[in-house]
Design a protein around this ligand. Structure first.
Ligand code: CU
Length: 502
């Protein structure tokens, strides 16, 4: 008796036999079409020529210059692993494990066909052994096995960069997830033999997800949280390893009329990125870091351990916001960066209003006042003026979307905070409004509103204290400072509506 499984096995076998026969009949060249960029079979241009070249490595967001070569060379890459304590968010310290002292690690740029002699050093102050797996390497482990390096040691391995493209590299030492989560990734570009299409500016951005024991923006030193990492529940989702990496004074810059290329990676360890630039359309995207490009793309998906090359021309000045369009990550976990474009307006293309404060929130401004207030609080010297300044920075984009920049609100919809009798009458009640929201009829300065203010309890006690101190002393208001302890007390003694943050 022949059962169904057996029949299908025989069928598959026969089909494979037929296919194999067909393949054998094809001439070899048909495997690689004339316009084929080749893959590994075409990437070997023979032995390295000339003197060995030391690779130029750059820290993010900078990209090394083009190799400018038309022959394969021996390229020496010197990369040092360092474990460093740095800021992940204002006032939040985290121990990053890095390739070259930065997250992402140094950008490496070589040409297809180059022979890369890779030197990996691990700084003597490191606590952990590390290695490197480059996705651009052809060979088991991508270099990982040959590059295991204990603290204070160095290792060396060599590979030929056979495939062109943009590749992630990362540490692959156990526990691998933890090494990657601590920032151990970067990009290596293997240029096509003819070089990249020329553009005016190139930048280097890598997304990563981070897991801390404390909540988002909880201050002080924060250790890595293994359980959150296993649960894929990040505290932060960031471009270039820090909330402040690419905003304010550190925003990327360009001018109207220029073409910009972003080499974008996703280090993971867990999330995939819906990479988007608010206010721009990618003219070209080499999706997945590969050879072909797609045109006119709004959002490109970048897998964990993957990359993309996005090119676009800038027609209109202003601030363009890079986000992960899984949008809570942008507004509540930090996945936001800014490209600041200068130049003349072009009203025929865009009428000229600046990007919404909703998108930029406090990111467009310097967060210096917020940091200053936090430092003063820690030192026990916080003044009302410092709270007002910090609160002003946070009010923008948080409360101003409804109550407006001038505190006047909008007639019949949003009550005013400027000279509000309701606000100024009772500060405990005002704290409660921010924490728990407000619904139903409320009378402000003789006018009745019947609308809904959502709870804003996702803000920290410090943030609420500073915002309310600002609000109570702006636009003609004058009142006492409100302390974080008072906010904490109201948080503990009142109940938030269901679904609000704790
Ligand atoms: Cu490592």
């Amino acid at each position: 008796m022949i059962d169904a499984a057996k029949t299908s096995r025989i069928f598959v076998g026969l089909t494979l036999l037929a296919l194999t026969a067909a393949c054998d009949a094809l001439p070899k060249q048909q495997y690689l079409q004339p316009d084929d960029t080749g893959g590994s079979a075409k990437g070997d241009f023979g032995a390295p020529q000339g003197e060995p070249i030391k690779a130029v490595l750059t820290s993010p967001p900078h990209v090394p210059p083009p190799t400018g070569r038309n022959y394969p060379a021996k390229v020496i890459v010197d990369l040092e692993v360092r474990e460093v304590e740095q800021e992940i968010s204002e006032g939040v310290r985290y121990t990053f494990w890095t390739f070259g002292g930065t997250v992402p690690g140094s950008f490496i740029r070589v040409r297809q066909g180059d022979t890369v002699e890779f030197h990996l050093k691990n700084h003597p102050s490191s606590k952990m052994p590390h290695n490197i797996d480059l996705h651009g390497v052809t060979g088991p482990g991508g270099g990982a096995a040959s590059s295991f390096t204990a603290p204070g040691h160095a290792s060396r391995f060599t590979f030929k960069a056979l495939n062109q493209g943009l590749y992630i590299y990362h540490c692959a030492t156990a526990p691998v997830g933890m090494h990657v989560a601590n920032g151990m990734y970067g990009l290596i570009l293997v240029e096509p033999p003819e070089g990249m299409r020329p553009v005016d500016r190139e930048y280097y951005v890598v997304q990563g997800d981070f897991y801390t024991v404390g909540k988002y923006r909880e201050r002080g030193y924060q250790p890595f949280d293994m359980q959150k990492a296993i649960d894929e529940n990040p505290t932060y989702v960031l471009f270039n390893g820090s909330e402040g990496a690419l905003v304010g004074d550190r925003a990327m810059k360009a001018n109207v009329g220029e073409t910009v290329r972003l080499y974008v990676g996703n280090g993971g360890p867990n999330l995939v990125s819906s990479f988007h630039v608010i206010g721009e359309i990618f003219d070209k995207v080499q999706y997945e870091g590969g050879t072909r490009y797609q045109e006119n793309v709004q959002t490109t998906l970048i897998p964990a351990g993957g990359a993309a090359i996005t090119d676009f021309r800038l027609e209109v000045p202003g601030s363009y916001v890079l986000v992960d369009h899984s949008i809570f990550r942008a507004f509540n976990k930090g996945a936001l960066a800014i490209l600041k474009v200068d130049g003349p307006e072009n009203k025929a293309i865009y009428s000229g209003k600046e990007v919404d404060s909703v998108y930029l929130s406090e990111k467009s401004e310097s967060l210096a006042p917020v940091e200053e207030a936090a430092a003063a609080k820690e030192a026990g010297t916080l003044t009302q003026l410092q709270q007002i300044k910090a609160g002003a920075a946070k009010y923008k984009g948080t409360c101003s979307v409804c109550h407006q920049d001038n505190g006047e609100g909008l007639p019949d919809v949003f009550p005013p905070l400027a000279k509000s009798d309701y606000l100024m009458a009772d500060k405990t009640r005002a704290i409660g409004v921010v924490l728990n929201g407000l619904t139903g009829k409320v009378t402000v300065n003789g006018k009745t509103y019947n609308s809904v203010m959502p709870p804003m309890s996702q803000l920290s006690d410090d943030e609420i204290a500073n915002i309310l101190t600002f609000v109570a002393n702006a636009w003609g208001n004058s009142g006492p400072a409100i302390g974080a302890a008072e906010v904490r007390q109201v948080r503990a003694s009142t109940k938030r509506p269901e679904g609000a943050a704790h």
